[in-house]
Write a protein that binds this ligand. Structure first.
Ligand code: UPG
Ligand code: MN
Length: 642
């Protein structure tokens, strides 16, 4: 095995790769765990042939097959863990020889993605420690919103002050929102002055967003007055012509210190109800073509509007105002441009999955592209994660559906992937594609042994049975390795605990509902789109609870039902099982252990059901329906357990 690999460009090593020491113990453990799984399967088959309750045995067998398969996919990712170190300081090219850089920023909804957030993302990359005239920032607005355009016009004005300020003072946080709300910001007159300007811009933008309309009186740049007229009465977000507006031109626009500025270009591609627009993948493909016509940089960087550059040092001509260039740009941003072309199948971002990032990366890997994972000490980008549980589970449900779209496509990692990339890489990709499959073992293990416990029926080996220990070893082994992996990569114990708790919650919500929706869609019974995650965050009470690490259930959602029901069922089983253990001595130990583990995991749910009074508590309606469901489950348990 090649112990240390170097990767050089023109004789300079830019990054090195070191295998982790845990690889060998991991491989040894993989062999042991595999033997355990084989033994367990033997045990199941044996019970299937001898037992009288085939339904229970089948359900347990099916769940264990899924668990074993998922364990195999995880293990393929753990066989050769590596770390990389990168040496950007060794990149010796002179600034005038730096390549040109096109940055793509996507946004889709001015209410879920506040325009000020887009502004901050754009400003943070425009302020890169990189020759300004070589950067072009393209903002794709799938919401087709004049509010977003208005915010960007304001951003272009503000950047004339912000960029020289950042470069002169060597500011690290180049997103103004982050800079002005951090404690380290300077108190100099210049900084105070800029802060005033920023606040002023922010209040203007927020005012316009709130009013929902860009009044002519608010437009301060005469140059851009005309473009707002394109938002006619017939204009809707699903049906409108292409709008491309150069807001800042690197050849003519200078900042306050007479230095040229990066290009800033607003693009809202044409939309029509009859043409599929392929969500974010479609937006990015449009940007690939528009930028190809306008600036055509050899390097592109794509960002979502909920991300910003966290390190200014992270990153080669056509006159872009020329009539013919803009006409061509409009043409390539049109709805029908992609008809009968290879866009989305062989060129650009691939269509067919709601997780276009995973899918495109995977397809490129299959075609033989090579990638490296860079993870510098100071994170190069920061992003926004949803804070309330409903947003989290909805986001993950979208991912679940997108992943299933890949898993069941003709490019499924299990068939096509394994064939093109080999067994280990193919299995590694399955880990993600098969994510939603986790819901099956979660549901079976979350209800079946507990109901059995309530009826005094054993589904697992008794503690006197040697097979008992196999269950203990497999469970502890899998969890311990997961914990070890988490902690060795810099996570905390508490972080891991929360992580595995979220994993269970997803199994009972996003994965389960994603599966159902995907099935309905396959049967043509429903359709769904890209449900953009809400990034708006102005509820102070909610932020406080977030800081205290409290779950935010908030608005009622059917997705909370299964987890609430399982919480109740496990609590009942736990109490009943404990009572049994003391009353009769011999109890159903494994069933009881499982229920107690679930109860500990469900503590925040009990708290949200009965103790909490704030707005983040579990809605009464959900609790009520969950109690009824519990009752129904227990009654129906009587028929297949007794
Ligand atoms: O029709 C659409 C829908 C979404 N977006 C943009 O896509 C980005 C991601 O959307 P978001 O709601 O933030 O989804 P997340 O789940 O946070 O995004 C993750 O998952 C997506 C796939 O589901 C990936 O595209 C993202 O890169 C990845 O960060 C945002 O900038 C949106 O504006 C569009 O441009 N057009
Ligand atoms: Mn996002």
């Amino acid at each position: 095995m090649e112990r240390h690999r170097k990767h050089s460009v023109g004789g300079t090593t830019l990054h090195t790769c070191h295998p982790c020491r845990r690889a060998i113990p991991y491989r040894i453990y993989a062999v042991i765990h595999t033997c355990g799984i084989i033994a367990l399967m033997y045990h199941h088959v044996h019970s299937l042939l001898t037992s009288n309750n085939t339904l229970i045995t089948c359900l347990l067998l099916l769940s264990d097959i899924v668990l074993a398969f998922m364990w195999a996919t995880t293990t393929s990712l753990r066989l050769n863990p590596v770390h990389r170190t990168e040496y950007p300081e060794k990149y010796a090219a002179k600034p005038e020889d730096f390549p040109k850089l096109d940055v793509f920023i996507c946004t889709a909804d001015p209410y879920k993605e506040p325009p000020m957030m887009v502004v901050n993302t754009a400003l943070s990359v425009m302020a890169y420690e990189y020759p300004s005239d070589k950067i072009s920032v393209y903002v794709s607005d799938d919401g087709g919103s004049s509010l977003t355009l208005f915010a960007l016009v304001e951003a272009a004005k503000f950047s004339k002050h912000w960029l020289p300020f950042c470069k002169k003072n060597n500011i690290q946080d180049r997103s103004p929102e982050v800079y002005f709300s951090s404690k380290s910001n300077s108190q100099s007159d210049e900084a105070e002055n800029l802060k005033m300007m920023y606040k002023d811009m922010k209040s203007r933008v927020e005012h316009v967003v709130e009013s929902g309309k860009v009044e002519t009186a608010f437009i301060t740049c005469d140059q851009f007055r005309g473009v707002f007229d394109l938002w006619t009465d017939k204009f809707t977000r699903h049906d409108h012509p292409t709008i491309i507006q150069v807001l800042q031109n690197s050849e003519t626009d200078m900042d306050t210190t007479k230095k040229y500025m990066p290009n800033l270009i607003y693009v809202s591609r044409e939309k029509s109800k009859v043409s599929p627009h392929h969500f974010k993948a479609g937006a990015l493909n449009t940007l690939l073509r528009v930028s190809g016509v306008m600036t055509n940089a050899p390097i592109i960087l794509t960002l979502d509007c909920d991300m910003y550059s966290n390190d200014p040092a992270t990153p080669v001509h056509k006159p872009i105002n020329a009539q013919d260039v803009l006409a061509l740009a409009h043409k390539v941003a049109g709805c029908i441009y992609e008809h009968n072309t290879n866009w989305g199948s062989k060129i650009g971002y691939r269509y067919g999955s709601l997780v276009e990032d995973y899918y495109t990366g995977y397809r490129l890997h299959c075609e033989g592209w090579r990638t490296v994972f860079c993870s510098p000490k100071r994170a190069a980008f920061c992003g926004d994660a949803p804070k309330s549980l409903i947003d989290v589970v909805s986001q993950q449900k979208r991912w679940a559906i997108g992943l299933l779209e890949v898993a069941f496509s003709r490019y499924s990692p299990i068939t096509y992937g394994v064939k093109s990339m080999g067994l280990l890489m193919g299995l590694g990709y399955c880990q993600y594609a098969c994510w939603p499959f986790w819901s099956l073992p979660h549901v079976v293990y979350g209800f079946l042994p507990q109901l059995a416990l309530l009826y005094g029926v054993s589904v697992f080996p008794k503690s006197s049975d040697p097979w008992f220990w196999l269950y203990i070893v497999l469970f502890l082994g899998a969890y311990a390795q997961d914990l070890l992996d988490f902690v060795l990569e810099g996570g905390t114990y508490r972080g891991w605990w929360n992580d595995q708790r979220m994993w269970s919650i997803r199994g009972f919500s996003s994965h389960l509902f994603g599966f159902i929706e995907f099935t309905l869609q396959t049967l043509n019974l429903s359709t769904h789109g890209f449900n953009v995650t809400s990034k708006a965050n102005d509820d102070e009470e909610q932020s406080k609870r977030y800081e205290k690490e409290m779950f935010e259930f908030g608005p009622s959602s059917t997705m909370f039902l299964p987890m609430t029901t399982t919480a109740i069922v496990n609590l009942l089983a736990f109490v009943w099982g404990l009572y049994g253990l003391f009353a009769w001595g011999e109890g159903l130990v494994l069933e009881l252990m499982l229920a107690s583990f679930a109860v500990v995991n469900c503590l925040p749910i009990y708290e949200a059901m009965v103790l909490r009074k704030d707005n983040g508590k579990l809605p009464k309606r959900i609790c009520f329906v969950a109690v009824i469901l519990t009752f129904v489950l227990i009654v129906s348990g009587y028929f297949f357990l007794k």
